[in-house]
Each structure stands twice: as structure tokens, then as C-alpha cells.
Design a protein around this ligand. Structure first.
Ligand code: MRU
Length: 347
């Protein structure tokens, strides 16, 4: 194994995040000093992937608190309140963002009467803990999921639910990593994942780094490969799971799930419990981010569609629970997830 990818790191009082917009052409970290900068990093996809966004938001709160540590309690309260708001407005779909902010707010409230510098230090410790916990959780769910994969399995994945999408190890790719660590030979098939190309740019890069065999396909090739019996399982991550088991994930996931069912291929969704939103009855209530038209009409400086064309760019879709063979969580594998089985995870 090569050195694990460190998506976010704390250096000299600043947050550093790998700029995922320029991978794999360039590997570089960008520096963040306050909440507004971190929110912009999330919005512009420097950091992406549900758990990684949650970790970044937690650090955003901590950075703002440290910036305000010499302020009066009133200024600290007002500044931190603004930080929570700007971070919450950065992206709408991944519930981990709101989960992490809620956890940071609860900590702040529990220490409201402490001295401002002490609160700031405590918030930073909590951000570190959220990240460290994310890696532990991914390792735990990885072990549960690895048991589902047979030696020699060819596993299709969509988008990037790897180390880059988390604080480390990954969810869907974490299952694959854990299976490889357990001595299984796994071959990954990576959907390119139009329009932002997380599969082609990020998943393929992670797998190549670790010498896990990976084959890149464009999204419209998945059905053909399934029909030719070249796919044994599908594993994806998710941005939010509703209480009934409906799953929001990168646009195109629903298409893959329908194809998997058509071909009798198991469709697994790997996620930490923090991605499950019990407040939402079903997938219809999950907010779907609509992103800029220029992600569809071209890529970076190259625009290929006719200027003036109308564009839709929903960044996520909903896969109904009935298409999910199992949820893979840190608490174990939930087959045929439904309201009761999901609720039982939290008991
Ligand atoms: O738009 P992105 O790149 O943030 O979307 C990411 C995904 O859809 C991932 O599959 C999901 O966040 C799970 S990451 C462990």
C-alpha cells in the first residue's frame, strides 16, 4: 500500500485541502483560514464527497472561532453564528454537512459560559475528532462490506466515494480497500461520472495510486458490461439516506441501480450512520442540488455545446430503497433496507 491520501490536514493553524478540481493533472493543497473561505472551497468542489464536506465544515467553524478568540463574547457569538450560516448554505444535498454543523453547535452550546479562547480550542479538538472518527468508521464499514465480495469480484462504482470523499479510506472504495487488505483480488470498474468526472479523475486516480486494478468506462457503457456478465457487484456511496432507505447519490446512480436489478447484480450502498437522515420520510424530501450549466456544456476551458442551449444539471438523483440490496454501515450490513431496519440501526 502507498501512503494514504490525506484529503484534509491541519497545518500551522490552517486547514489544508487537496484541490480536487485539478486532480489528477496536479496534486496540490490549498490553505483555508476562515469559515467563508471553507464554504467557498466546498461550493467550488475543492473538497467534495459527503463525509469530507462534513469534516471541512467542522474545521470551518473551528477556524472562525480561532480567528475570533480575542474578540468580546458578543462579537464571538455574532461571528460564529455567521460562520454556521455561511457553511450551511454551501451545498444542500449531503446531510453530513448539517450533521457536522449540528455537532459543532451542540459543543459550542455546552461550553457557552466558558472563556472565548477555551471554546475555540475545544471546537478545534471536536473538528479533529470528527475527522479521526470518520476514518475509524470507514474502516469498520469496510470490514463489514468486504465480507460481501468474493475473491476475484469485478465491482462497478459510480462517482468517487473514496479517501478523497472522506477523511480517509473511503466508503464504497473503503469496502474495496478492506477486501484487498483481506487478500481478495478485486477489479474495479469506474464509471466516468459526467459531468464533473469524479470517476475518471478521482476514483481512477486513487485506485491507480494503490495498484488496485481499475478499468474506466463512460457512464453509458455500464449496461453493456452488465449484459456481457462482466460486473459481479455495484458499490456506491451516498449523500443522504432517507428514513425509508431511499438513497441520494451522484447523478447517474439511479440508472446504474435499475440496470443492476435488471441483470440480477447486487447493488450495495456504503455509508456512515451520519449520512442517514431520519427526519426525512423518503427520498422525495431530499434537496437535490442544481449546478451551473457550464459543467454540462463543456469542461474547464473547452465548451462544446451551442451557446444559448437550455441545460439541466441536477447533481444527484434518488435511488428507491427497493433497488438497494444492502446498506453497508459501521454497525453492520442491512439487507433490503426499509424504515424498520434503518430505525433499528439507531437503537
Ligand atoms: O458532488 P460530489 O462529488 O460531492 O458527490 C459525491 C457523491 O455523490 C459521493 O458518492 C457521496 O458523497 C458519497 S462519498 C463517500
Amino acid at each position: 500500500m502507498t501512503q494514504p491520501v490525506q484529503t484534509l490536514r491541519w497545518r500551522a493553524g490552517l486547514l489544508e485541502m487537496i484541490d480536487q478540481r485539478v486532480l489528477p493533472a496536479r496534486f496540490e493543497y490549498l490553505c483555508y483560514a476562515n469559515a467563508a473561505q471553507v464554504a467557498q472551497g466546498i461550493r467550488s468542489m475543492v473538497v467534495r464527497g459527503a463525509p469530507a464536506i462534513g469534516c471541512a465544515a467542522a474545521y470551518g467553524v473551528a477556524l472562525e472561532a480561532l480567528t475570533l478568540r480575542l474578540a468580546s463574547p458578543e462579537c464571538f457569538t455574532a461571528g460564529l453564528q455567521d460562520a454556521f450560516e455561511v457553511l450551511a448554505a454551501s451545498r444542500p444535498t449531503a446531510v453530513n454537512l448539517f450533521w457536522a454543523l449540528k455537532r459543532m453547535r451542540a459543543l459550542w452550546e455546552a461550553h457557552r459560559h466558558a472563556a472565548v479562547p477555551a471554546i475555540a480550542e475545544r471546537l478545534l479538538e471536536e473538528a479533529h475528532e470528527i475527522s479521526a472518527e470518520d476514518v475509524r468508521i470507514n474502516r469498520a464499514l469496510g470490514v463489514h462490506g468486504a465480507a460481501l465480495l468474493s475473491d476475484g469480484a469485478r465491482v462497478l462504482t459510480h462517482c468517487n466515494a473514496g479517501a478523497l470523499a472522506t477523511a480517509g479510506h473511503g466508503t464504497a472504495l473503503g469496502v474495496i480497500r478492506s477486501a484487498v487488505e483481506a487478500g481478495k483480488r478485486i477489479a474495479v470498474i469506474a464509471d466516468e461520472t459526467r459531468p464533473f468526472l469524479q470517476g475518471a479523475r478521482l476514483t481512477a486516480w486513487e485506485m491507480v495510486q494503490e495498484r488496485i486494478p481499475v478499468t474506466l468506462i463512460t457512464d453509458n457503457m455500464a449496461g453493456h458490461l452488465m449484459r456481457c456478465a462482466e460486473v459481479d457487484a455495484v458499490i456506491v456511496g451516498t449523500d443522504r439516506v432517507a428514513a425509508n432507505g431511499d438513497v441520494a447519490n451522484k447523478i447517474g446512480t439511479y440508472m446504474v441501480a435499475v440496470l443492476a436489478q435488471r441483470h440480477g447484480i447486487p447493488f450495495y450502498v456504503a455509508c456512515p450512520l451520519s449520512t442517514i437522515d431520519l427526519a426525512l420520510a423518503d427520498g422525495n424530501a431530499i434537496p437535490i442540488e442544481e449546478r451551473a450549466a457550464d459543467e454540462v456544456t463543456g469542461f474547464r476551458d473547452c465548451q462544446w455545446a451551442a451557446p444559448g442551449v437550455q441545460v439541466r444539471n441536477p447533481a444527484f438523483d434518488i435511488t428507491p430503497a427497493e433497488l438497494v440490496t444492502a446498506l453497508i454501515t459501521e454497525k453492520g450490513v442491512v439487507r433490503q433496507p426499509d424504515r424498520a431496519r434503518i430505525a433499528a440501526l439507531f437503537n
